[in-house]
Write a protein that binds this ligand. Structure first.
Ligand SMILES: [Zn+2]
Length: 204
């Protein structure tokens, strides 16, 4: 295990903040990193501040891999930077299950129109409606089949049970609207708290 000690000057300028990080590799050359300890060594700053991190995900050039930047702050004790500013991911965004996706992404009316399109045009290659085309793709992703009679049956079951799904499209929209407002407020709050905090600059 490799340890690195990083030191920054504190808010008042008379003391130090020390972070000890570790990097640990296993037999398969996989690495884990983390923090062993972090200390405000200044008696004055320790009275009014605590340490918090903001991990910023950044996208590098395509030929490089993505990475994370860890920004460290001394935060006034009555404030926090631990404020959620990201949209929650909903079940259909990380499961391939057909019904969860169909119900989460489309209204009941869109599903009914898609069934009509499938019955009118009979082959998945002749579909006209964008919703029905998407449903064929979603069904294929979940079941590796594009057989329309099976898809029609599955969509009809979705329509029948539509209101019993926790995340049907109208509930998703309702949730996202409220969430969007909350995220805006949280971003403002986070920015205010960052302005009242002191960003630390470390040298190893
Ligand atoms: Zn200090």
């Amino acid at each position: 295990m490799r340890e690195t000690k990083e030191t920054a000057t504190c808010r008042c300028g008379k003391g130090k903040v020390v972070i000890v990080r570790y990097l640990e590799g296993d037999d398969w050359n996989r690495f884990r990193e983390g923090i062993l300890s972090e200390t405000i060594e200044c008696v004055e700053c320790r009275k009014s501040y605590h340490i918090e991190h903001i991990c910023k995900h950044y996208n590098c050039m395509p030929w490089d891999s993505d990475g994370e930047i860890d920004v460290v702050y001394l935060v006034p004790n009555d404030l926090t930077l631990d404020i959620c500013t990201e949209a929650k991911s909903l079940p259909f965004e990380h499961f391939v299950t057909f019904d969860i996706n169909a119900v989460g992404r489309f209204t009941k009316e869109e599903l009914s129109l898609a069934v009509k399109d499938m019955m009118d045009n009979k082959f998945s290659t002749r579909l006209k409606d964008n919703c029905s085309k998407s449903l064929v793709e979603l069904f294929y992703r979940a079941n590796k089949s594009k057989k329309l009679s099976n898809i029609i049956q599955a969509v009809n079951e979705c329509i029948e049970k539509y209101d019993s799904y926790e995340w049907n499209y109208s509930r998703v929209m309702e949730f996202r609207n409220i969430e969007r407002d909350q995220i805006e407020k949280n971003k403002e709050l986070l920015n205010r708290n960052i302005k009242k905090s002191f960003k630390l600059f470390f040298d190893e």
